[in-house]
Design a protein around this ligand. Sequence first.
Ligand code: ANZ
Ligand code: ZN
Length: 823
Amino acid sequence: MAKQYVPAEIEKKWQQYWKEYGMHKTVEDNSKPKFYCLEQFPYPSGRLHMGHMRVYSIGDIIARFKRMSGYQVLHPMGWDAFGLPAENAAVKFGAQPAKWTYENIDFMKQQLDTLGVSVDWSREVKTCSPDYYKMTQWLFLKFYEMGLAYRKRAFVNWCPECSTVLANEQVIDGLCWRCDSEVTKKDLEQWFFRITDYAERLLNDLDNLPGWPEKVRTMQKNWIGKSEGANVSFTIPELNDEQVTVFTTRPDTLFGVTYMVLAPEHPLVPKLIAGKEQEADVLAFIEQMKKESDITRTSTEAEKVGLFTGAYAKHPLTGEQVPIWVANYVLLDYGTGAVMGVPAHDERDFEFAKKYSMAIKPVIKPFDESIFVEEIGVDAPYTGDGTLIHSGDFDGMPNRDAIRAISEHLNRIGKGKPTVSYRLRDWLVSRQRYWGAPIPMVYCDSCGTVPVPKDQLPVLLPEDVVIDGKRNPLTTSEAFLNTTCPSCGGHAKRETDTMDTFIDSSWYYLRYTDPKNSEIPFSKENVDKWLQVDEYIGGIEHAILHLLYSRFFTKVLYDAGMVSYDEPFRSLLTQGMVLKDGAKMSKSKGNVVSPDEMIEKYGADTVRLFILFAAPPERDLDWTDTGVEGSYRFLNRVWRLVENHEQLFANGAQEPNPTDEAAKDLHRMTHYAIKKVTEDIGERYTFNTAISTIMELVNKLYAYPAEADRGTLAFALKTLVVLMAPITPHIAEELWQMLGNKDSVHMQVWPTYDPQALVLDEIEIVVQINGKVRDKLIVANGLSKEELEQFVINHEKAKALIEDKTIRKVIAVPGKLVNIVVG
Ligand code: ANZ
Ligand code: ZN
């Protein structure tokens, strides 16, 4: 009796079976090589979307494939569970952030189970649970001990919508990464991590990551933004020759300086303007600038605005007077917060000088003789290379050489030195929000800032609080306002800021190796066994943020002797987006396809098959109903195929004996499929072409004649089901049973192909007469040069071509052609 393919039934059944037999538990077997397969953990927003389905389908095919290929595989899952949406939900629905979060986790976990992902839930981590954030706090203290966590007052990025500060990495084109509001600035005392100490290593070690996409490495490189140049000191006669230092990448243009610009917030500015007529205007300008974000101030579209301070500096080499200005386009925290203005050779300076009618003095004569010095600075600056002019002793020197020569000269006379600047800023890690890991610091009335001793962790987050969306409830929490100083026992207040959630996610992949450790974040033994992550899969949106922070964390913990690798992710796969009708799925566009509905209608296997088949993982994937239906039909087709041949296995299948033509052909296809699918899944991650190959095999099986060898057929069917196991794990289990097996298909050893089986018996070669292609011949494969030559010249077809002419020479290339030279 024909059995129907009913995904809902078999999927439930097998998920239950896997759970019952603990089949996704990490098997610790050190006789096998290890493989750590990790997908970025989700934020428990409420429900999984198609993007999640994609990333977890990709991770799962890899994890399942590696298990069958003889690896001990770590494939864990958890929740990036702190963050603002929980507080917003609390305001909106009145739910406690904790309750809301845990309920979401329960729901989404069940969604992941319906997709059939083989994750080891016994290692689950939730960043919001006290056992986890205790260790996040432990690590904060470690950073503090190492001098890598510090508190300072600074103008920081502020998102008015989120009511919190943001790290530089979280300001994307002037907007908040989370809510897209325009970011402003605020003067606050905040905690920072000294990531800039690691700038050079974070940059250089990108070269040791060949398994990362070039694009991501370039983005990190640009973000770190290393610039080599010089610091040059000018003096200010009216302030007793006090020094003001500028950072320049172009010391070769020093003689072209016609003014200097300080960042409005530069500490010297108040002294420069004191008592001058400019004072009031400049002070007002400073106040205005403090509020604008760096991005707004320096964007190329933004108009350059500045004011003269009324003060002058003395040029270090010429002694000339240089007027000192303040302007929006100079930032306090890059370089030295001061620049020398060279309008003849710099775009920004040119624009500024034109606007305020400042002198423009060319000091580089272009190598390109069609550009005249007289033209420089009339309509545009000259930013190319050339020879120095109007530059004293350096006249005539190529400017690339002058960069070094002038730097060295300044160094000798004590007025400058070679300097490297980075765009990367220290990581601002405190947040004025409730739903995060409390920063484990107290402020004692008499001892000042005191770290909480590690044995007093965790600093618990009170859960019975009122969230009004305006104010962090910790700032009025009794437990935070009144505590005792761990050092003197006197009255102290706790820090009420919590940590940036990106700290939680900077080390979760380490915790998975030792998730239940209650003493320390993880043991060295466990972490060293599993690290590095062999394949990390996630979205390109984290190219800088999460990935840079995680690299930084790993390097710090490497320096602390806690891990043996200083890069966490050996290989990185950034998956493309899931689109619908060419657009990103979004509620506002009304084009969201619900994973639950799809799984209910077609089953998880169809959803997985479609996702993996529709596009290679890095590319965007367009969700189409016809595509999903096609995948569903294919699974039905395989189902019927196996069912038609169930009898074949009733009494145990025979061994393959491919002697007839059809059997030979099928046998070759089967081995080819093994080879192709193995390489596509295991090496290239081109799951789509692996699936096309499986489809080809199915077509061959349908066309297989009833009289052809049965053993060959049985082998092909078994192989088919095994190859499908990582892709469509539920139906593969069911089909495996239909083929007469009692164990799980996922426990099978991944097949290897027989290179001999791929060799064809006969091949086609080309026959040429005097170098011209004249005919084709079928010959036995593997003939030697001589055998091939003899076979062809004695063949009827060749004889006809040669006619009565004389054979002068025969050139035979086995496997390809035979050229007969006649005359
Ligand atoms: C003089 C000069 C002449 C410059 C010239 C460039 C071209 P990158 O390459 O991005 O590191 N600069 C330095 N500090 C600055 C700050 N805090 N805010 C805004 N601009 C600043 O840029 C380095 C160049 O940016 C420096 O070299 C300086 O201008 C400017 F033909 O000095 B340059
Ligand atoms: Zn925001």
